[in-house]
Design a protein around this ligand. Structure first.
Ligand SMILES: *Cc1c(COP(=O)(O)O)cnc(C)c1O
Length: 448
């Protein structure tokens, strides 16, 4: 069956995520038949370089043989067993290895990023209740934060479109200024901006500390905000302030964990340890849904008691699924055996060099890079920029999805030099085309 047939069936049968479906009357849905490495292939045989690791999850590209083999091997042993009262090898080994890597422990599993956020918020709230401080019930998040889209997670997510639509459903949280380095005034450094944001946060904590359970942050890079990056000193300050005002620090590393910012976890670049760590997205390399929340010993101890109601009250059917844990173990094996962090440093340098012509363009602002993330803002008059650029890149065999006027790259770590050339050349040419106003943002022949 052809692309056209599949996209029509999808349009009629599938409600696609975070999508105004009517747009797909004109903008094609891209049906993918298979994928290998950084390449997605559609039903007409056209290939697209997956420049965003399929929403940041396919860390080592698609179809990685070691992850596939680990899932096959696990399939012959045990696909799943309920985790209440039962346990199994992959969940034990994964929990031990994540603890050794993070400096935290007591791995609690969920199925996706938003549920990891929910778990961390509930745990923090419940910790204070168990510790005789039931008035600590509010959460602080940063401006332009993103922590997921379930009702609890939305309350700490600052996306105006979501907040305005669902406001009446949500328990409002407190917002602190973002340390986004793009806010630097002339002569200011990224560290200055970070320290300024930390001072505002301190005012908030000084005023409301007694009612605040936790501050939740995306360390180093606020992804959904459009890859807003900040100086690590913000995290150092945040740790100090959380200690001083007795507030938990929740590190949401759902997007930035697993090497994305250059260190295994982003918070390690600030030499701190959070109270809670949320992980998902890259954890299984894009093979199976899984998330995990790790916590400090002292937090765990506040739940450890004869009283059932003092225990953490949260569960979901697929908690600690054995196949997903086996995939996650394979991801950790790849990091170890192939020294992926060191390999990424060399790759980042090579890709940086290829993006230099884009960084130098007069219509490009705030070119930025950390680890295996690159982003820049485009000075454009086109209100349909994101869509037009997405279309212009698809035409050139690449998947990039700009956020507003920010173009970003979050490529799989397996990206080789030829693939870098393909991606960088396409990104430059697509920018020329969109800026010249020639490209149609949509394909009028997409759907009947
Ligand atoms: C994607 C993301 C989430 C939500 O994860 P889902 O699996 O989409 O629910 C939460 N926080 C951050 C920082 C994310 O990037």
């Amino acid at each position: 069956m052809s692309n056209q047939a599949w996209l029509e069936r999808s349009f009629n049968a599938v409600w696609h995520p975070c999508t105004q479906m009517k747009r797909h009357e004109r903008l094609p849905i891209v049906p993918i038949a298979s994928a290998n490495g950084v390449w997605l292939t559609d039903f007409d045989g056209k290939r697209y370089l997956d420049g965003v690791s399929s929403w940041w999850v396919n860390l080592f590209g698609h179809g990685h043989p070691r992850i596939k083999q680990a899932i096959r091997d696990q399939l012959d042993q045990l696909e799943h067993v309920m985790l209440a009262g039962f346990t199994h090898r992959p969940v034990v080994e994964l929990s031990e290895r994540l603890a050794a890597l993070s400096g935290l422990g007591h791995a609690f599993y969920g199925s996706d990023g938003a549920s990891a956020t929910e778990i961390a918020l509930k745990m923090s709230f419940h910790y204070w209740k168990n510790s005789g401080q039931p008035g600590k019930i509010r959460f602080v998040s940063l401006e332009n934060s993103y922590h997921g889209e379930t009702v609890g997670a939305l309350a700490v997510t600052d996306v105006p479109l979501f907040s305005s639509t669902y406001a009446d459903l949500l328990k409002p949280g407190l917002r602190a200024p973002s340390p986004d380095a793009r806010q630097a005034a002339p002569g200011e450094t990224a560290a200055d901006v970070a320290l300024r944001a930390a001072r505002s946060l301190e005012n908030l904590l000084a005023k409301h500390g007694g009612e605040i359970a936790a501050v939740i942050v995306e360390p180093l890079v606020q992804g959904a905000a459009g890859m807003a990056m900040h100086d690590p000193i913000y995290l150092t300050e945040l740790r100090r302030l959380c200690d001083r005002y007795q507030v938990h620090l929740i590190a949401d590393e759902i997007a930035v964990g697993f090497g994305r910012t250059g260190s295994f976890f982003a918070y390690q670049q600030a030499d701190i340890v959070p109270d809670f760590l949320c992980l998902s997205k890259g954890i299984t390399g894009g093979f199976l849904p899984l998330s995990c929340v790790l916590a400090r010993d002292e937090i765990y101890q506040a739940f450890y008691h004869d009283d059932v109601a003092r225990g953490f009250l949260h569960s979901h059917s697929y908690t600690g699924n054995a196949l997903a844990c086996a995939a996650a173990l394979a991801v950790l094996d790849i990091f170890e055996d192939e020294d992926a962090l060191a390999a990424n440093r060399a790759k980042a340098e090579a890709f940086n060099a290829r993006l230099a012509p884009i960084a130098a363009r007069a219509d490009v602002r705030h070119f930025r890079h950390r680890g295996m993330i690159w982003a820049f803002d485009v000075d454009t008059t086109r209100s349909d920029f994101a869509l037009a650029y997405f279309s212009a890149m698809l035409k050139r065999g690449c998947l990039l999805r700009p956020i507003g006027k920010t173009v970003y790259f979050m490529p799989p770590y397996t990206l080789n030099h030829e693939e870098m050339d393909w991606l960088a050349n396409a990104a430059f040419a697509a920018l020329d085309e969109v800026q010249a106003g020639e490209s149609a943002a949509t394909d009028p022949t997409a759907l009947p």
